[in-house]
Design a protein around this ligand. Structure first.
Ligand code: FAD
Ligand code: 8RB
Length: 468
C-alpha cells in the first residue's frame, strides 16, 4: 500500500454505503471491501440466491474486454468465462434468407462473450460478501437528508421505513436511481433523458429436439431490416434470447409497436420480415404476450457527485441505448476507476471530482457511439459501400496494426478511453469514405497515399490488451 501524503487509506469507523447490488454495485462493493473499506450495500430486491432471479428468464449480456478486465481485477474473469458462450462475429441474416458471418476481430483472441445476467449477479454478490461487504436485501433507498447524513430505507414487503446514518453514499441504483433524484434536489445535476423512440421485446429460441443449438452458437445473430432489426444471443443452456428493436410508432407502411395490437399481428410481421427466425420461436405468441415492451433512451447529466458525500456510477449516471453492448462494460469500468480514485487521493470530494472528470466525457462518447451503432446494425451491415469500407478497414488494420484499429475493436477489444476511440474513429472514417468514393474494387485503392495518410493522421496506440 502506498504511504505518501494525500493517499486515502480505509478509515476505521468510516463506512462506504452503496445503493443497489446490481452489476456495478456488487462489483464495486467487492473492490472496495478488498481494499479494506467497511462497505454496506442496500438492494431493493430480494436476495436472488434465496428466491431465484427474474422469474427464471434467461437474459444474457455481451461481455467485452472492458468488462472482462474489471472482472480480472476482482479475480472473477475465469469463473465468468467458464459459464459464457463465445461470439466470434455478427451472423447477418439477409432478407432473402442467406447468412454471412462478419468477424468482430482479427482472430479468436478478439471475441465477445454472452453471459447470463442472473448468474453473473449471483457470482458478484458472493464475491462482495466473501470480501466482507454487508448486503441488505429488500431494502430500498427512499430519500436522503444530506445535512444530517441520514438516508431513509424502505422495505416494500413489510411497508416499514427507517432512518440510517451514512458517511459517503454511492449510487449504483440503475437508470431509475433514487439517489440521483435526491442529489438533484440539492444541486441540480442538469439531468436530460432522450428517448430513442424505439422499444424492444424479448423472445426465446429453445434448444433443438436433439438438445443442441438451433442456429450457430458462436455468433451474435442480426436480422437487419432498415428501420428496425432483430438480434439473438446464445445461452449456455443452448437457447437464444431474441430481441426485436422496433419504432414505438408506425409511420405509413413502416411498422411500429403501436401497430402490433396482439401476438398474431406480430407473428405476421415476423412471417414477412424475419421468415427464417419465426419457426425457431415455437412459443412466439406466449413470449410476445407475456414480455412487456422495453423502453430505450440516453440519460445525460452535467454532474455526477455532491462534494464528498455522494456520487453516481453505471446506469444511474449515464444510461445508454444498448446497440454497442457496452452498458455493463462501461459500468464495470466505472467501478475500477472509482475504486482507483478513492485509493489515490486524500478525500472523497477530490476522489469523486477526479472520477467525474475522467469518466463523464467517456460516458458521453460511448453513449454517442451506441446510438450510431443502431444505424450500423439495422441498416448498414448489408449495404455495398459499407462492405467496401469494411474491407478496406481490415486491410489498413493489417498494414498498420499499431495505428489503425477499427472503431468497433477500439470499443470492444481495447481499453483506451471511449472519447479517444470516438476521436480516432472519426479520422479513420474520413479516410475510408474518401478512399472508397467512386471505387469499384478494393485493389484499385492507392495504398501509397493511404499508408502516408494513416501515418500522418494516426499516432501509435498504446497496446493495452491484457494478457490472461
Ligand atoms: P443495474 O444492473 O440495473 O443495477 C441497479 C440495481 O439497483 C438493481 O439491482 C436494482 O434493483 C437496484 N435498485 C434500484 N433502485 C434502488 C433503490 N431505490 N434502492 C436500492 N436498490 C435499488 N450491457 C452490456 O454491456 N452488454 C450487453 O449485452 C447488455 N445487454 C443488456 C440486455 C438487457 C435486456 C438490458 C436491460 C441491459 C443490457 N445491458 C448490456 C446494459 C446493462 O445491463 C446495464 O448497463 C448494467 O446493468 C448497469 O449496471 P448498474 O449496476 O448501473 O445497474
Ligand atoms: N439491452 C450487443 C453488440 C454490438 C453488435 C454488433 C448490440 C438487448 C437491451 Cl443491440 C446489442 C450489441 O455491432 O454487431 N454487442 O453486444 C448487445 C446488444 O443488445 C443487448 C443484448 C441488449 N441490451 C434492453 C436488450
Amino acid at each position: 500500500m502506498r504511504s505518501r501524503r494525500g493517499v486515502m487509506r480505509p478509515e476505521p469507523g468510516k463506512t462506504i454505503t452503496i445503493a443497489g447490488a446490481g452489476l456495478a454495485g456488487a462489483l464495486l462493493a467487492t473492490l472496495l471491501a478488498r481494499a479494506g473499506w467497511s462497505v454496506e450495500v442496500f438492494e431493493k430486491r430480494a436476495d436472488p440466491r434465496a428466491v431465484g432471479y427474474e422469474g427464471g428468464r434467461s437474459i444474457n449480456l455481451a461481455l467485452a474486454e472492458r468488462g472482462l478486465h474489471a472482472l480480472r481485477e476482482a479475480g472473477l474473469h475465469q469463473t465468468v468465462l467458464d459459464q459464457a458462450v463465445m461470439m466470434r462475429g455478427r451472423m447477418v441474416h439477409f432478407a432473402d434468407g442467406h447468412t454471412d458471418l462478419q468477424r468482430y476481430g482479427k482472430d479468436d483472441s478478439e471475441v465477445i462473450s454472452s453471459v447470463h445476467r442472473g448468474r453473473l449477479n449471483l457470482l458478484l454478490l458472493d464475491a462482495a460478501e466473501a470480501a466482507g461487504a454487508r448486503i441488505h436485501f429488500d431494502t430500498r433507498l427512499d430519500g436522503v437528508d444530506f445535512d444530517a447524513k441520514t438516508m431513509r430505507l424502505a422495505n416494500d414487503r413489510s411497508n416499514v421505513t427507517h432512518a440510517h446514518a451514512f458517511d459517503v453514499l454511492i449510487g449504483a441504483d440503475g437508470a431509475g436511481s433514487a439517489l440521483r433524484g435526491a442529489i438533484d434536489a440539492i444541486v441540480p445535476l442538469g439531468e436530460r433523458f432522450e428517448s430513442l423512440g424505439h422499444g424492444y421485446k424479448e423472445l426465446e429460441i429453445p434448444p433443438a429436439a436433439d438438445g443442441g443449438f438451433r442456429i450457430e452458437p458462436n455468433a451474435l445473430h442480426i436480422w437487419p431490416r432498415g428501420r428496425y432489426m432483430c438480434i439473438a444471443l446464445p445461452n449456455t443452456e443452448r437457447t437464444f434470447t431474441v430481441t426485436l428493436f422496433l419504432p414505438l410508432h408506425a409511420v405509413g407502411d413502416a411498422p411500429g409497436f403501436d401497430a402490433l395490437p396482439d401476438a398474431s399481428a406480430a407473428r405476421a410481421l415476423y412471417a414477412r420480415d424475419f421468415a427464417d427466425a419465426l419457426p425457431l420461436i415455437p412459443d412466439f405468441d406466449t413470449d410476445w404476450s407475456r414480455n412487456a415492451i422495453g423502453m430505450l433512451g440516453t440519460l445525460y447529466l452535467d454532474r455526477w457527485h455532491l462534494d464528498g458525500r455522494a456520487v453516481l456510477i453505471g446506469d444511474a449516471a449515464h444510461a445508454m441505448v444498448p446497440f454497442h453492448g457496452q452498458g455493463m462494460n462501461c459500468a464495470f469500468e466505472d467501478c475500477v476507476a472509482l475504486a482507483r480514485h478513492i485509493a489515490g487521493v486524500g478525500d472523497f470530494a477530490s476522489a469523486f471530482a477526479a472520477f467525474e472528470a475522467e469518466r463523464l466525457p467517456n460516458a458521453r462518447a460511448i453513449q454517442q457511439m451506441a446510438l450510431e451503432n443502431y444505424l450500423e446494425m439495422r441498416d448498414r451491415v448489408d449495404d455495398a459501400d459499407y462492405l467496401l469500407q469494411r474491407e478496406l478497414e481490415r486491410l489498413l488494420a493489417v498494414r498498420h496494426p499499431d495505428r489503425f484499429v477499427p472503431r468497433y475493436a477500439m470499443v470492444t477489444f481495447r481499453r483506451i478511453p471511449y472519447a479517444t476511440a470516438l476521436a480516432r474513429g472519426l479520422i479513420q472514417r474520413e479516410l475510408l469514405v474518401e478512399a472508397t468514393r467512386g471505387l469499384a474494387r478494393i485493389e484499385d485503392a492507392d495504398f501509397d497515399v493511404l499508408d502516408s495518410a494513416v501515418v500522418a493522421k494516426l499516432t501509435v496506440m498504446p497496446n493495452d490488451r491484457s494478457k490472461l
